[in-house]
Design a protein around this ligand. Structure first.
Ligand code: SF4
Length: 321
């Protein structure tokens, strides 16, 4: 694939934070791409750097090093009108819709902000029509615009968060754990809504989640992160059928299977040990203290992310054997 076919290309991205006398390496030399119209699922336990990665991609955090190319231009070097255009094209949906939305604001006031900021409607009447249309698009009643955010359930608030992101007619959305705070039945509704909107509007998603269960249904490819690093990235089907990294295998084995007979027979891979601190990650492979296959080499040498099959990248020394 030609480079210009990527909507987003991230090269050697690092995002470090100063913590006391140490350095928290939240995102540590991460490279990936997202094609137009696809969904890249990004998965890993808390502290793996996935949210920091999403926010640095959007330029909400300055990068420490590396490049984030959006349509070939470095997001972190955009200025003036180009910067403004990027904030219109690239949006974010947050994890907890209640925390990210001011409970004392009316729904219409929340949705309208971006429309006004980017001059997307000419009159108050047009703005009102646009808000009503957006509410219907996300499966809510057009009359809800007059109500306050605290009157709504978690799932409804997430729909309002999606309407707010859609208001500026974006092409790329970082979905930052949009379903993690919701009940399982509501999670499926929100995933279905995002899927439908993607099809209708040709959206591209970076969909961040802490486990692999729901990600399967929305992702074209999945990237697994551990302690600031990408450990595996490949097509969703391939990842679920042939996971290559021991961490991906453990995450997959933790997904409950609805059939109790199958679930009872399933082998769950237990990860021993704790996640090391990203302030002082271990030398060698960062997963070594939890990996049953770890060898002396794993403690000495950091495994590079390398191609092991069609569009399938893994960072593990086992792949050399
Ligand atoms: Fe396990 Fe070694 Fe592979 Fe790391 S490099 S995942 S410790 S086998």
């Amino acid at each position: 694939m030609e480079k210009n076919e990527y909507l987003l290309e991230v090269k050697g991205l690092k995002k470090y934070f100063k913590v006391g006398k140490g350095t928290l390496k939240a995102v540590d030399d991460v490279s990936f791409y997202i094609r137009p119209g696809e969904t890249l699922g990004v998965v890993g336990e808390s502290g793996c750097g996935k949210t920091t990665c999403g926010r640095t991609v959007l330029g909400l955090y300055d990068r420490t090093d590396g490049e984030v190319l959006y349509r070939g231009k470095d997001v972190h070097k955009l200025k003036g009108e180009e910067r403004k255009q990027f904030t219109k094209h690239a949006q974010i949906i947050f994890q907890d819709p209640y925390a990210s939305l001011d409970p004392k604001m009316k729904v219409q006031d929340i949705i309208v902000e971006g429309i006004r900021a980017h001059g997307l409607a000419k009159s108050e009447k047009e703005i009102k029509e646009r808000v009503n249309e957006l509410l219907v698009t996300v499966g809510l009643d057009a009359q809800y615009g007059e109500r306050y955010i605290h009157e709504f359930s978690g799932g409804q608030r997430q729909r309002i968060g999606i309407a707010r992101a859609l208001a500026v007619e974006p092409e790329f959305i970082v979905c930052d754990e949009p379903i993690s705070a919701l009940d399982v039945s509501i999670q499926a509704q929100i995933v279905n809504l995002l899927d439908k909107l993607q099809e209708e509007k040709g959206l591209t998603y970076m969909f961040i989640a802490h486990d692999l269960s729901m990600v399967k249904y929305i992702s074209d490819r999945v990237m697994v992160m551990y302690l600031g690093k990408v450990v595996e990235i490949t097509a969703a089907d391939r990842l679920y059928e042939q996971p290559a990294h021991p961490y991906t295998q453990a995450l997959l084995s933790a997904i409950p299977i609805p059939d109790p007979h199958v679930e009872a027979k399933k082998e769950r891979i237990k990860m021993g040990g704790e996640i090391p601190s990203p302030v002082d990650p271990p030398k060698g492979c960062r997963f070594q203290n939890r990996c049953k296959y770890a060898t002396e080499r794993c403690r000495e040498e950091e495994p590079a992310l390398r191609l092991i099959g069609e569009d399938h990248y893994v960072a593990c020394h086992l792949e050399d054997e």
